[in-house]
Design a protein around this ligand. Structure first.
Ligand code: PLP
Length: 232
C-alpha cells in the first residue's frame, strides 16, 4: 500500500481503513479539523484542499479567525465548530459565529446560546459533552444528569440537539480506548429510546480515531495529525 504524502489525505486514509474494519461507509464519518493555536494561513491551506469544517477551543481564537476569514468580499464559508469550555459571559460571540457547539454541559449556557442566536443563522447544532467515566475535574455532564439536560435543550427551538461528545483521558491501548466510546454510544442509544433523534457521536482524536470509529463515531476531531504537533 502506498502512503499518501499529505496530512489531509493520510487522515482520510485512516478514516477509510477504520471504516473498512468496522464495516461502515466512510461517508458516515465527518472530519473536523481542530485548528486551535493554528493561524489563518494554516486554515487556508486545508480549505484549498477541500476541508470545510474547523474546530476551535478558545472563544477569542474563534472570533479572530472567523472575523478574518469570513470578511467580505470573499468569505471562506467555513463551518465553524466550538469544541472548548464555554463560560456564560462568552456565549454571544459563539452564538453569532459558530454552526456547532460540541461542549454543552449546563442548561444555563444552552439558554443563553438560544437567546443570543441570531434568527438569520438558523438553529445552532449542539452536542452535549459527557464525562462518561464520571472522572472528577473533567468537563461534561454525568451519565445520570444527561437525560434531563437533553430534555431541556430539546425545548429550545433555536438549538438543535444532534448528539453527544466525549473527551476521554488519553490511553494508548486500542482496546481500552474503545471503552469510553462504547459507553457514549450506549448513552446516545438510551436517549434515542427516550424519543430523542440524535445522529452524532463526536469522539476520536489523532491518537484514537480508529477506536472511536469502531464504536460508531460520526465525527472525529483531529488536530495534531493534520497540522503537526502543537507548540507547548
Ligand atoms: C485539541 C482537541 C482535539 C484534537 O486533538 P489532537 O490530539 O491534536 O488531534 C480534539 N478535541 C478537542 C476537544 C480538543 O481540545
Amino acid at each position: 500500500m502506498s502512503t499518501p504524502d499529505d496530512a489531509l489525505e493520510r487522515v482520510h486514509a485512516r478514516i477509510t481503513a477504520a471504516c473498512d474494519r468496522a464495516g461502515r461507509d466512510p461517508a458516515s464519518v465527518r472530519l473536523l479539523a481542530v485548528s486551535k493555536t493554528r493561524d489563518t494561513d494554516a486554515i487556508r491551506g486545508l480549505l484549498k484542499q477541500g476541508q470545510r469544517a474547523f474546530g476551535e477551543n478558545y472563544v477569542q481564537e474563534l472570533v479572530d479567525k472567523h472575523d478574518a476569514l469570513e470578511a467580505p468580499p470573499e468569505p471562506a464559508g467555513i463551518e465553524w465548530h466550538f469544541i472548548g469550555p464555554l463560560q456564560s459571559n462568552k456565549t454571544r460571540a459563539v452564538a453569532e459565529r459558530a454552526a456547532w457547539v460540541h461542549t454543552l454541559e449546563r442548561e444555563k449556557i444552552a439558554r443563553r446560546l438560544h437567546d443570543q442566536r441570531p434568527d438569520a443563522h438558523g438553529p445552532l447544532e449542539v452536542c452535549i459533552q459527557v464525562n462518561v467515566s464520571a472522572e472528577p475535574q473533567k468537563a461534561g455532564v454525568t451519565p445520570e444528569a444527561l437525560p434531563a439536560l437533553a430534555d431541556a435543550i430539546t425545548a429550545l427551538p433555536r438549538l438543535r440537539l444532534r448528539g453527544l461528545m466525549t473527551l476521554p483521558a488519553a490511553q494508548t491501548d486500542p482496546e481500552s480506548q474503545r471503552v469510553p466510546f462504547a459507553r457514549l454510544r450506549e448513552l446516545r442509544d438510551d436517549l434515542c429510546r427516550r424519543g430523542h433523534e440524535l445522529d452524532t457521536l463526536s469522539m476520536g482524536m489523532s491518537g484514537d480515531l480508529e477506536a472511536a470509529i469502531l464504536e460508531g463515531a460520526t465525527l472525529v476531531r483531529i488536530g495534531t495529525d493534520l497540522f503537526g504537533p502543537r507548540p507547548a
